[in-house]
Design a protein around this ligand. Structure first.
Ligand code: FAD
Length: 286
């Protein structure tokens, strides 16, 4: 056994790195154990084109959900073009939502849907989400609130019900008239899920909420250099604070008394063991 740590952190994704940086910064002896050869979990970048120095997010991509005290040192940009959606019926047309040019966006809605008023509906729908974002986002770094508290905080009871008790498809059909615009809005609900607009599990609603509350405005801020630069900055902060970060260190089992066993057979003991892996992985390890 390699001595007792104050905290042994299993998994080396961005949440583990944040925990390691804060704990080591508070003077605790901390070790992070990551099974892969690199840190960052799903927040990593890739250079997809040989010879081109462009680093793009590989899986997760937007950083608006990270609280400002954590992202102060990152180089973030707001995206001017929030989306381009090709028309499935005519590949030469598409809907471009340009955050910096409302006239061009309206013209694009007219071309793509035949209805300039749809741009107004789309803008009104986005505006309706703003107070929700402003109310919900600050609670992300607070202890979890009761549902009734959240409803009161949001103010718009009808919107809250639509997002938490019914599939979001109902709200989208009532708010927008063209399937193309509904599809663009639904991107926020489906991206990264295996769900659909009317899924009764409401997985798509949770995904939708995550995408529209970021930063208290719902703006999609993205990091220059992709999500790998976020994890890189967090890794640097954790190392600078004195945390020990180990890669190629797959954990095989966690003993409830605080002993973590690696696949190599090595055992590491901690006063606390923190999980930086998904619940299903944690269950298997315990
Ligand atoms: C396709 C996709 C898109 C997403 N887009 C966004 C987005 O745009 N913005 C956003 O905020 N969130 C997004 N998310 C969610 C976000 O990626 C996750 O919430 C975040 O990565 C969770 O971080 P984590 O550190 O908790 O876990 P993870 O990133 O999952 O990291 C867990 C780490 O534990 C390691 N591990 C697993 N098992 C073991 C073991 N036995 N021993 C040692 N190490 C182990 C893994 O290798 C991994 O490095 C997206 C997720 C996906 C899948």
């Amino acid at each position: 056994m390699s001595g007792i740590y104050d905290a042994v952190i299993v998994g080396g994704g961005h949440n583990a790195l944040v925990a390691a940086a804060y704990l080591a910064g508070a003077g605790k002896r901390v070790i992070v154990l990551e099974r892969l050869g690199h840190l960052g979990g799903a927040a990593v970048s890739e250079r997809p084109w040989p010879g081109v120095d462009a680093r793009l997010s590989r899986y997760s991509y937007l950083v608006s959900l990270l609280p400002p005290q954590i992202i102060r040192d990152l180089d973030l940009r707001r995206r001017r073009y929030s989306s381009y959606t090709p028309d499935p019926l005519d590949a030469t047309r598409g809907l471009l939502v340009d955050n910096a040019d409302a006239v061009a966006t309206t013209a694009s809605f007219l071309r793509a849907t035949g209805d300039a008023r749809e741009a107004e509906r789309f803008a009104a729908f986005s505006d309706r989400l703003l107070p929700l974002a402003a109310a919900v986002f600050p609670t992300m770094t607070e202890p979890l609130r009761r549902e009734s508290d959240m409803r009161g905080l949001v103010g718009d009871a009808d919107l809250w019900e639509s997002l938490t008790t019914r599939p979001v498809g109902v709200l989208l059909r009532a708010s927008l008239q063209s399937d193309l615009a509904r599809g663009v809005a639904l991107t926020d609900g489906l991206i990264g899920t295996f769900s659909h607009a009317d899924d009764s599990s409401l997985r798509q609603n949770r995904c939708f909420l995550y995408h529209v509350i970021g930063g208290g405005t719902g703006d999609w801020d993205v990091p220059v250099g992709g999500m790998g630069s976020v994890s890189g900055a967090l890794e640097g902060a954790a190392r600078a604070a004195g945390a020990e970060l180990r890669t190629h260190a797959p954990v095989e089992a966690i003993d409830p008394d605080g002993v973590v066993r690696l696949a190599s057979g090595e055992e590491i003991a901690g006063r606390l063991v923190l999980s930086g892996v998904g619940p299903a992985v944690l269950e298997r390890l315990i």
